[in-house]
Write a protein that binds this ligand. Sequence first.
Ligand code: SF4
Length: 276
Amino acid sequence: MKQPTSYELAILGSMQNKPMYQGTVDKNIVQKRRKKNKEARRLVVLRVSEVYASVQGEGPDVGRTTVFVRFAGCNLRCSGWPCDTQHAIDPAYRKEWQSMSVEELANKISDIMDISGANSITLTGGEPFLQNNDELYELINKFPMTIINCFSNGTLPYPKWAPELMTFIMDWKLLGSGENSVNIDTRIANIKLLDNANLLHSVKFVISDWSDFEEAVSIYFHYLEKFTNIEVFYGRVWDSYITDRDLAEAVMMNQLPWRLNIQLHNYIWPANERGK
Ligand code: SF4
């Protein structure tokens, strides 16, 4: 064993000569501090752009009355075509956004469900997984008997619990969006997680032109076809020159087992009207 140097011995000696702490800290003060810190942790809030009832226009639950919870903020900036929820991602709208505790948001959702008769909740954004995951978990668990859909761009890692508690519609961003190359590994890891879950989840392609269509086909065969528990939806960017009919015919011609996603809400209300 290495012998301590005289310098180390001197330090050790001076430390041993130091008076030890003899006092006791008031236990009440410690407990009060702990309680305060715990409460402060509980005050982590969710950033919300808007909450409203409407008809689900996309995904497997199309047609249901649902309460949309639109979270504020997105990690992407789809520059290829205008994001249809600028008010949820652009800091210029920050003043509209509300910071809500889980309790406040859950109460608001319940009130809107009561008024509208909605029997489902849709978490969307922005990107819902920019929020604190613990708070999301707590929120979802407030509604154990309710169908919950989650629309997400899939480029942030999903927590393991999420695919068992709600149905995902993961929007795989294509070339036309300008964000097609972001975090591909994370998208694949998320899809593996979704595929292993007990609920049926889906991936959605929003197609702006024929290059997007070809990219979607290539992604499907390269990554998605092997996942048997994942459905694929396809639809057009709303103001694209491609029609629903064009896309449906191209999908059948290529014998793709995909489902058409027609953005029902845009046929009911003016396209991209807020709160619809
Ligand atoms: S991922 Fe969605 S919310 Fe985010 S910028 Fe793109 S279109 Fe907008």
